[in-house]
Design a binder for this molecule. Structure first.
Ligand code: PSU
Ligand code: MN
Length: 300
């Protein structure tokens, strides 16, 4: 049921490094046209890093691994593109619709295609107030079972970072601070929470991932790569903006799958675009690291 481009198929068959990329970040994570520019740039960074990029989405109902420039443009600009997590995959596939895949569904499709390294911006997690809303992203349950290493910039404080880390521990997911002892919070290098484990090189990441899977421990690994210092928004500054966005969301009664896209868009508005600049910088930074990890993984 998968459509895989010849380039990605050949790379996987010959053991060359491949990096999966998600599409919700394009369709529902950033405004047009910065979203399509980011998608193109990130693919270029992965290539420059010596790996083949495989952006993943559902197009005309077909899970598609590796996208054309026209596909990226469609995902970035067509309002009919649904946000598709695991739950939503059967709906878009059976109806022949377009879907932008989240971390969870991108991981699953990447694994089905044989791709083990995936680069994104931020993970979903346990939302603030989850003790009454039950809003916990399927990204976490997917990390528990699907064997893909996910490079991200940590977790935004639109989520409850402490509960998200607790949940990942329960689910058996190693969370690695890359070059840091502190778990990063997406826009900021700090979060106030320690990184559960620290690694300092792509080779160390590849070795840990290999050890996990060789032990028969299925499931993902989170590589939390802090935003570069020159691009970060100080935690106090972005904290105020996030609080306002959360209050606006509550007032509007927005819940469920619309929560994350609403908050991301609102934070861009309130920050006057500063959050978007930081978001793009951290994804590019993650793409560099992801390519290096994919190279190390392929070399083993
Ligand atoms: N965080 C971001 N940007 C994003 C997302 C999260 O900074 O684009 C997207 C990712 O696709 C992630 C999804 O998997 O939101 C989580 O949504 P939910 O909480 O509905 O599972
Ligand atoms: Mn949710």
């Amino acid at each position: 049921m998968l459509t895989v481009t010849d380039e990605v198929r050949d790379a996987l068959a010959s053991g060359q490094p491949v990096v999966a990329l998600e599409s919700t970040i394009i369709s529902h994570g950033m405004p047009y046209p910065q979203n399509v520019e980011m998608a193109r740039t990130v693919e270029g960074i992965v290539r420059d890093g010596g790996a083949v990029p495989a952006t993943i989405a559902v197009l005309h109902g077909r899970p598609t691994i590796g996208l054309s420039a026209d596909d990226l443009e469609l995902l970035a600009s067509d309002a009919s593109v649904m946000k598709v997590s695991i739950r939503d995959l059967p709906y878009v596939v059976s109806r022949g619709l377009h879907g932008a895949t989240t971390v969870a569904s991108t991981m699953r499709l990447a694994a089905l295609a044989g791709i083990r390294v995936f680069v994104t911006g931020g993970l979903g997690g346990v939302h603030r107030g989850a003790e009454t809303s039950y809003d916990v992203s399927a990204d976490l349950t997917e990390l528990a079972t699907t064997s893909v290493a996910v490079v991200c910039a940590g977790v935004k404080s639109i989520l409850d970072i402490g509960l998200t880390l607790e949940k990942l521990e329960t689910l058996g997911v190693p969370v690695l601070g890359y070059g840091t002892d502190e778990f990063p919070s997406f826009y900021s290098r700090s979060s106030g929470f320690a990184a559960p484990m620290r690694v300092d090189s792509p080779a160390e990441v590849a070795a840990l991932v290999r050890a996990k899977w060789d032990l028969g421990l299925a499931g993902g690994v989170v590589v939390a790569n802090p935003i570069p210092a020159e691009s970060e928004i100080p935690a106090e500054e972005i904290g105020v903006i996030i609080e306002q966005a959360l209050a606006d969301m509550d007032r509007l009664g927005i819940t469920g799958k619309d929560a994350t896209p609403y908050l991301l868009g609102r934070i861009v508005e309130i920050s006057g675009g500063a959050s978007l600049t930081a978001n793009i910088a951290l994804v590019e930074h993650n793409a560099r690291l992801g390519a290096a990890i994919a190279r190390e993984h392929a070399a083993r």
